[in-house]
Design a protein around this ligand. Structure first.
Ligand SMILES: *Cc1c(COP(=O)(O)O)cnc(C)c1O
Length: 423
């Protein structure tokens, strides 16, 4: 087999990637600030035929909460979303004011509820039981956004569909009227309605969810100020896929906003809440080739990154383009690319259900650098310490220079607290 298979462009030059891999060691996440800023600008400047755009682009930081990345998105003009007490603290550390941060969850842990009781973060509640807990905590804010489960969901994998009765997320659409009445009885005003049906969805499903919010707007006519379209915008992981055009999505939501404005007789804000779309393509995971072997008909290439660094292939059967830096023109053969973990699922070339799918790649030599593309979203943020592996180092390339954004801890640091407990 020869070349001719399309290869995705790497967002940063080969010489830089090879230098960074040498300087910081592998596995290494490299992020390109310019790509992130360009995606943010695209969404912030998007206009519907009415001339209106999204009133806010709220970054769902769980896609990648590195402070250096949060800083880039804040400077680009994005608002931010947080799904835990840790993410609330990160948003403040990156420079957002508390009232610019929306906490979005289906429960409060005690720490987070205490944080919301002392600081005026915005709240998006995804479960009815949260309202009473919130009101009882005597928070500085009395306005809430409700997340609606419209009765259907859609995403790139069943595990990331966040609507329908098989999803734990949101307030079931049939319970919304009761929940809003309950909120009112607790002295809380429902000022926003939000829907997020899944991650890596498509236009049809993302648009369908707008009708659910238009219907729900009748239930909180007197207090509603904001509609949120959620996130879920897909990116092209395969070289054959086209970029998602967000304009038709805005058109649909712009019409929904206008419909609600006509019904309510006032201006309504429209928010978008993307994670993946803003950061996925800006990130590359670099790993070093450590060897290869054959098992029957399958040739395995082993690299020093595994699903502790990038879990999407093992967890969702997700596709990440793989390339060997500097070898794009070379002949390709089918190779399975595997990591160091003591677990069969630690293979980057698999489809849904764990079916091994060798990839056409140049046969790399030990010491060469393999690049996993589009790893900026749900890569480092979903990392684990399985097999006592250390997290990857993270570097941000910004205005022509590469800066460490998160160091790899040492094994000594990783052991320290437990060691002290033995003494
Ligand atoms: C994860 C999440 C998002 C972002 O999803 P993407 O698919 O990364 O755009 C948006 N809103 C909420 C509530 C989320 O949980």
């Amino acid at each position: 087999m020869t070349s001719g298979v399309p290869t995705k462009r790497r967002v940063l030059p080969d010489e830089l990637l090879l230098r960074l891999a040498r300087e910081f060691g592998t596995p290494l996440y490299v992020y390109d600030a310019a790509t992130i800023a360009a995606r943010a600008k695209q969404l912030l400047e998007l206009r519907a035929s009415s001339g209106r755009g999204f009133d806010a682009v709220r970054y769902a930081q769980k896609a990648n909460p590195n402070l250096a990345i949060l800083r880039v998105l804040r400077e680009a003009g994005c608002a931010v979303d947080a799904v835990s007490g840790g993410e609330l603290r990160r948003a403040l550390a990156a420079g957002w004011k508390s009232d610019e941060v929306l906490f979005c969850a289906d429960l409060f842990d005690r720490d987070t509820l205490a944080l919301l009781a002392s600081t005026p973060f915005q709240l998006n509640a995804g479960s009815p039981f949260m309202l009473e807990q919130y009101a009882r905590a005597n928070p500085p804010r009395r306005d809430v956004v409700l997340r609606v489960n419209p009765g259907f969901g859609h995403g790139h994998d069943r595990k990331v569909s966040t609507g329908g009765e098989h999803s734990k997320h949101g307030i079931w659409h049939e319970d919304l009227a009761d929940t809003i009445a309950h909120a009112r009885s607790l002295g809380l005003a429902v000022t926003g309605l939000h829907v997020h049906i899944g991650s890596g969805s498509d236009l049809e499903n993302l648009a369908r969810s707008s009708a659910a919010l238009v219907a729900a707007s009748e239930l909180c006519r007197d207090t509603l100020r904001t509609l949120s379209a959620g996130g879920g915008l897909p990116i092209p992981y395969r070289p054959t896929e086209a970029h998602f055009d967000p304009t038709p999505l805005l058109e649909t939501w712009d019409r929904a906003r206008a419909q609600v404005e006509r019904r309510l007789g006032r201006t309504i804000r429209l928010e978008l809440e993307p994670g993946r779309f803003l950061v996925a393509e800006a990130g590359l995971l670099l790993a070093e080739v450590r060897g290869s072997k054959r098992s029957g008909s399958v040739e395995y290439v082993f690299v020093d990154a595994g699903f502790h660094n990038l879990v999407r292939p093992a967890m969702y059967g997700a596709y990440h383009e793989i390339s060997v830096v500097g070898r794009d023109a070379d002949e390709r053969v089918p190779l399975a690319v595997a990591g160091p973990l003591c677990e069969s699922a630690d293979v980057f070339t698999q489809s849904k259900g764990g079916v091994l799918e060798p990839r056409l790649l140049p046969r790399p030599r030990v010491g060469e650098v393999v690049c996993f593309h589009d790893a900026g979203a749900y890569g480092a943020s979903m990392a684990s310490g399985y097999n006592s592996q250390l997290p990857a180092c993270e570097v941000l390339v910004h205005n022509g220079s590469a800066k460490l954004a998160r160091p790899r801890p040492s094994h000594e640091e990783a052991l320290q607290t437990e060691l002290e407990l033995l003494e």
